[in-house]
Design a binder for this molecule. Structure first.
Ligand SMILES: [Cu+2]
Length: 291
């Protein structure tokens, strides 16, 4: 048994785990000789917020765009528990966000057209700073698709919210695509917007995703206009009854028309989007996701 945590509260309890440290072989080919075991006989947790990048890359010295996300659990219109960024829970729309970005022309820089997916528009080349305040009493691992961000600050549990100003950040911060944001604390992240696309930022505890703990970064929408998709992707959407043109509700004549948007989370959980008339096609359903 091993317990890996970089939360100071756990580290202080390390005596409780002495005697539970075992080292063994994972044998994939029994015809091969066993090599010398590399035994780690002392539990010495480290805080990965203090790692240094292998390439010694310095921190981005400033940013062009600040994304400020306050996370806490919340309730929807039906009284169901949800998870919210800035008091708004993510609600899956009829048209996946990437398809809306590709098919709505000049409208695709307007977050309104994407519906309640917590859309965040960023420009190509921007240095983006994400501040996540974790207002919950547990640690949550936040993950970003499409980038490795710098972790400029990730203080201990109980620190409270980001003070609203940038101070004393790491000069050579670690680079990650996931960061554990401590309980009642925050993280400060930076990345360069050099990868046009639609990228989700979400808690990596999957049932928290199901509860709506997701924001959608729409990066360089001007470069996504008119992009084409492989025919098998579109065929999968056709098979599943998922529209792939227009705004969040599939309105193509006027993308600013929000009629038909999904505004209330579903009251049942069905996993990937499947219409009742189609057979489950798990891998194809994933193709229709905006990541
Ligand atoms: Cu979570």
């Amino acid at each position: 048994m091993s317990v890996i945590s970089n939360d100071a509260a756990y580290i202080q309890k390390q005596e409780a785990y002495q005697g539970l440290n075992y080292t063994g072989y994972l044998v994939m080919d029994s015809s091969q000789p066993l090599t010398k075991l590399d035994v780690v006989d002392k539990w010495q947790p480290v805080d990965d917020a203090h790692f240094k990048p292998y390439n010694k890359a310095p921190a981005y010295p400033s940013y062009d765009k600040l994304i400020h996300l306050d996370f806490e659990f919340c309730f929807d219109h039906n009284g169901y528990p949800r998870a919210c960024f800035n008091n708004i829970t993510y609600i899956e729309q009829k048209v996946p966000t990437l398809y809306s970005a590709a098919t709505t022309g000049e409208f695709n820089t307007n977050p309104i057209i994407y519906g309640q997916v917590n859309p965040l528009i960023i420009s190509h080349g921007d240095i983006v700073q994400i501040v996540v305040n974790n207002i919950d009493a547990a640690t949550h691992p936040f993950h970003l698709h499409g980038h490795h961000f710098q972790v400029l600050d990730r203080p201990r549990s109980g620190t409270g919210n980001w003070p609203g100003r940038d101070v004393n950040y790491a000069r050579n911060p670690p680079m990650r695509d996931t960061v554990a944001v401590m309980a009642n604390s925050y993280a400060v992240l930076r990345f360069k917007a050099d990868n046009p696309g639609v990228w989700l930022f979400h808690c990596h505890i999957e049932w928290h995703v199901a509860m709506g703990l997701t924001a959608t970064i729409i990066e360089a929408p001007d470069r996504l206009r008119g992009m084409t998709f492989p025919p098998d992707h579109l065929a999968a959407c056709d098979k599943l009854g998922i529209p792939y043109r227009g705004n969040a509700a599939g309105n193509t004549d006027d993308p600013a028309n929000t009629t038909g948007f999904n505004t209330v989370p579903p009251t049942t959980y069905k996993g990937p989007s499947l219409s009742a008339s189609t057979k489950p096609m798990a891998t194809s359903a994933t193709d229709c996701k905006p990541t």
